[in-house]
Every structure is written in structure tokens, then in C-alpha cells.
Design a protein around this ligand. Structure first.
Ligand code: DX5
Ligand code: ZN
Length: 218
């Protein structure tokens, strides 16, 4: 079964409670929370207070994706703000192993995200410590971008590495996910699909989440 993680980056921030309640009622599995600092990525989204506000209404785990430099400085704050999964970027962590251990100490599930140019092989030494690997299928920073086709190969390679090493973590895909690529991603080995604009720009987000889920049932 493939998990669906709607990203509240595409929600109506003036109606965040309403949009989170929609996700609560839907077939979604996680609520994806995109944190952008304007330094690691060329855009600023929102920070800790908005994550706290989401936590107050969320009935599904908060899957927090930190697109920020020096994430270690804020791990505890985001954990306190409700993050159950804390994902940092490989490209932002010179001491990635230490950062992962810190996330575990805080009682969250550690995830590592990789940009489109970063090979999955660079994670080989930490895979056993991870709950989730996030493969970016667009360059991080904005919703509504076009899916990068090379992602299928990366998913398949990571899925093979997982099988070979007998470790267990979820493979999450983030960026440009729509109905037309969801099933192929699931077949390649993806376990979690993030969808922002495709869900929130649709006429019936509840149905769109259900459709995404159905399309991945192989
Ligand atoms: C991009 C973010 C994504 C984004 C996905 O930097 O990490 O989570 O919200 O948005 P869509 O689904 O619109 O590509
Ligand atoms: Zn994201």
C-alpha cells in the first residue's frame, strides 16, 4: 500500500484549519510540512509557529521536510511543534550521521532528502539508520513544478539497495506527483507520494487523494 502525503505548502494559509481537517477526513497517511528558509532554497514558506498550528488540528502524523541550512539548530523546536518524521537534506548536513542520531534522540523518525542531482548511492552508509529517504523529483523550493523523469531510475536503484542490504525505510517522492506518474512510482518502489498543487488545486481534494491512493494499488 502506498502512502499519500498532501503538502500544506499548497493549502490556503488563511484557512489552514479547514484544509488540515480535509486531510484528516481523507485517505491520506501523512501531512507533509515544507519548511523553506530562503537560503538553502530560493523561497521562504513558513516556520515553527505554523507547524505548531498544524499540530493542533492534525490527526495524521506530521511529516516535516526541512529545506533549511544548519537544520540541527531547529530539530528540537520542530519536534516540539509536532514533527513525527523529521527529514533533513543531505546537501545541508556536513555531519549527517550526527544529525540523524540527534533526530532519533528527540524521539522522531529520521529522514534524509536528496536533490535531483544527488545520487542515491551517497546514502549507502546511513540507510540502516533511516526511517525514510525522500527523493526530490523537482528542484526544491516551489510547488507546482514539472516532475523530473530520471526519478524513476533513482527510485528503482534505491529500492534495489534496500532489498540488497535488508534494511527497512520508506522511499518518499516529492514534487510534481500527479495521477499520471503515481502508479509508475509505486511500481518502481516508492512507498510515500507527496502531492501539493495536484491535491489543493483540484476541484475535489478529498477525491483527488482517494484517486491517487487507488492509482497506486497494483
Ligand atoms: C518542493 C516541496 C514539495 C512541494 C510539492 O520544494 O518540497 O513538497 O510542496 O508540491 P507539488 O506537489 O505541487 O510539486
Ligand atoms: Zn516537501
Amino acid at each position: 500500500m502506498t502512502f499519500i502525503a498532501p503538502s500544506i505548502l499548497a493549502a490556503d494559509f488563511a484557512n489552514l484549519q479547514r484544509d488540515i481537517e480535509m486531510i484528516n477526513q481523507s485517505e491520506a497517511d501523512y501531512i507533509h510540512v515544507d519548511i523553506m528558509d530562503g537560503v538553502f532554497v530560493p523561497n521562504i514558506s513558513f516556520g515553527i509557529p505554523v507547524c505548531q498550528a498544524a499540530q493542533r488540528h492534525a490527526k495524521k502524523p506530521l511529516d516535516v521536510h526541512l529545506m533549511i541550512v544548519e537544520p540541527d539548530r531547529y530539530l528540537e523546536d520542530f519536534r516540539k511543534a509536532g514533527a513525527e518524521i523529521l527529514t533533513v537534506h543531505y546537501e545541508a548536513c556536513p555531519h549527517l550521521h550526527r544529525t540523524i542520531q540527534r533526530i532519533k534522540e528527540l524521539g522522531a523518525k529520521p529522514g534524509v532528502a536528496i536533490n535531483p542531482h544527488t545520487p542515491v548511492e551517497l546514502l549507502s552508509e546511513v540507510l540502516g539508520d533511516l526511517s525514510l529517504v525522500l527523493i526530490m523529483s523537482v528542484n526544491p523550493g516551489f510547488g507546482g513544478q514539472t516532475f523530473i523523469e530520471n526519478t524513476y531510475r533513482k527510485v528503482a536503484r534505491l529500492s534495489q539497495m534496500r532489498a540488497d542490504s535488508m534494511v527497512d525505510f520508506q522511499i518518499e517522492i516529492d514534487g510534481g506527483v500527479q495521477l499520471h506518474n503515481a502508479s509508475q512510482l509505486a511500481k518502481a518502489g516508492a512507498d510515500v507520494l507527496v502531492a501539493g498543487s495536484f491535491v489543493f488545486n483540484s476541484e475535489n481534494p478529498l477525491k483527488t487523494i482517494a484517486d491517487l491512493k487507488r492509482s497506486t494499488e497494483i
